[in-house]
Design a protein around this ligand. Structure first.
Ligand code: HEM
Length: 214
């Protein structure tokens, strides 16, 4: 192992630890609010909103990694994608557990009824279910084992993010600015992906190299 390789490795480990610590920011904030008694009159609502926002934001950041890599040539960005995706799942679990535990007190009959009755809960639940196989197959061993099918499976993340945006859109009463903003970001990310695929099929293939790496 060369000295240069060891330094590179160490730098990457430090960067990864820094990204990991940064990804915990929503959790630090919630813990700070809780310890300083600043969760307001309805703490469950605040926790639900913070964890829901963190889930959709991390899903969009994860989806932005490939466009960022292709537009800037910063190939190392892809090394952080799995970590970011797992944080999206982590916040989705916290969001779901807030609902199951603090909101519904493990009343599973009530939960089933709620999922069937309220469309925004139905869509949120479906998005959460879609994230489970993605988290379970995120290991390097599963990437190798599934081969091309891994990429096909992981396209589900677009559906999970779209479901998250619809879930948010349907739950807001009047002010649609935030779900609209998240929807626009998701649409741009999808448009980028479509443009890369379309250009790969053109005879001149201007983005062919980028598309092949997809
Ligand atoms: C990928 C999955 C999901 C995403 C991305 C997501 C995202 C969000 C977002 C962004 C909010 C609004 C936060 C705000 O107002 O600032 C929210 C609220 C909420 N979510 Fe989710 N969510 C997901 C799954 C779920 C699931 C599985 C449930 C329960 C079964 C759920 C129940 C709720 C509830 C009860 C609210 C608050 C509604 C209200 O204020 O009346 N979500 N979610």
């Amino acid at each position: 192992m060369s000295f240069e390789f060891t330094i590179q490795n160490l730098k990457f480990k430090i960067a990864k630890a820094a990204v990991f610590a940064a990804c915990l920011t929503p959790l630090y904030c919630l813990a700070y609010f809780a310890f300083t008694d600043n969760l307001g009159a309805n703490p469950i609502e605040v926790i639900t909103h913070w964890t829901g926002d963190a889930t959709i934001i991390f899903l969009l950041i994860t989806l932005a990694v490939t466009p960022l890599r292709k537009t800037t040539g910063w190939n190392d960005a892809v090394k952080f994608r799995r970590l970011l995706g797992l944080f999206a799942f982590f916040y989705a679990c916290l969001h779901f557990m807030t609902y199951v535990w603090l909101d519904q007190f493990f009343d599973f009959r009530g939960i089933v009824k709620d999922v069937a009755k309220r469309p925004f809960i139905t869509v949120g639940f479906a998005s959460f279910i879609l994230l489970i196989p993605l988290a379970l197959t995120s290991t390097a061993a599963m990437v190798r084992r599934l081969g091309k099918r891994w990429q096909q499976l992981h396209r589900l993340v677009y559906f999970a993010a779209a479901g998250g945006v619809i879930h948010y859109w349907w739950l807001v009463k009047k002010d649609i600015r935030w779900p609209l903003a998240f929807g626009v970001v998701l649409a741009l990310l999808l448009a980028f992906r479509a443009a890369v695929r379309w250009s790969a099929r053109q005879p001149s293939r201007p983005f062919a190299a980028a598309a092949e790496k997809q």
